[in-house]
Ligand binder design. Structure first.
Ligand code: ZN
Length: 194
C-alpha cells in the first residue's frame, strides 16, 4: 500500500485506508498533498497571517483550510499573535514527544497498567511513527516513558528488559497505523485502574 508524505487532514491516515467517517475518503491524494505543499512552501520561508496566506494561495479551498487546521492541530504550526509560524523539524520533534491530545495524553502521563500494556505501547509507537520520529528516536522515547511513567515498574511484561520489550514491538512502527483505536482501549483500562 502506498504511504503518503502528509497525513489526511480529516483522519490522519497516510494510506488509502481512511476512518469510516472521514470526509476526505475519495479525495485525490494529489490534491491533498498539493494543498500541504502550497502551505508549507510559503510557511517555510517566513511567518504569515492567515489572511495573507489565504490571499497568496491562488486556488484556496476547503482542502487548504483543512490542511492548515491539521498543521495547527498537530502543532506543526505555531501562532504568535496573528502570525503563523512553521516549527523547525527539531522544535517539532521536541514538542511532539509529549502528546497533549487524548487518548495519548492519559497513556503518556499516567503510564500503562497490566491489561492495557499491549494497546498502550502500540498506540505510542504508532503515534511516534505518525509524527515522523525515526525508529531510533521512537525507541529512545519509549524507554524514557517506560521508566519515567512507572509503567515498567508496574510489571506484567514477559520480556526481561525494557529494551527487549521495545524491540519486540518494531513491527508496530513498520506497520505504522492504528494508534487511535489502540489508544482508546488502553485509556479505558487505565482510567478504571488509576
Ligand atoms: Zn481521512
Amino acid at each position: 500500500m502506498p504511504r503518503f508524505e502528509y497525513p489526511c487532514p480529516g483522519c490522519r491516515t497516510r494510506t488509502n485506508l481512511h476512518d469510516a467517517d472521514c470526509g476526505f475518503d475519495g479525495v485525490q491524494w494529489t490534491d491533498i498533498e498539493g494543498a500541504y505543499v502550497d502551505l508549507l512552501a510559503r510557511l517555510s520561508r517566513r511567518s504569515w497571517s492567515e489572511d495573507a496566506l489565504r490571499a497568496d494561495v491562488e486556488d484556496w479551498g476547503g482542502i487548504h483550510a483543512a490542511a492548515l487546521s491539521r498543521l495547527r492541530g498537530d502543532q506543526r504550526v505555531d501562532e504568535q499573535g496573528d502570525q503563523l509560524e512553521l516549527l523547525t523539524a527539531a522544535e517539532y520533534k521536541e514538542r511532539v514527544t509529549e502528546p497533549t491530545m487524548e487518548p495519548l495524553k492519559t497513556i503518556y502521563e499516567k503510564g500503562s497498567v497490566p491489561g492495557a500494556h499491549d494497546h498502550s505501547i502500540f498506540a505510542l509507537i504508532a503515534f511516534y511513527e505518525m509524527v515522523g520520529l525515526s525508529w531510533e528516536e521512537t525507541k529512545e522515547q519509549m524507554l524514557v516513558w517506560l521508566d519515567e511513567s512507572g509503567t515498567w515498574t508496574r510489571g506484567g511484561f514477559e520480556e526481561e528488559t525494557p529494551e527487549e520489550l521495545v524491540d519486540s514491538k518494531k513491527h508496530v512502527y513498520d506497520q505504522g497505523y492504528g494508534w487511535k483505536q489502540a489508544g482508546k482501549e488502553a485509556k479505558a483500562v487505565i482510567d478504571r485502574r488509576l
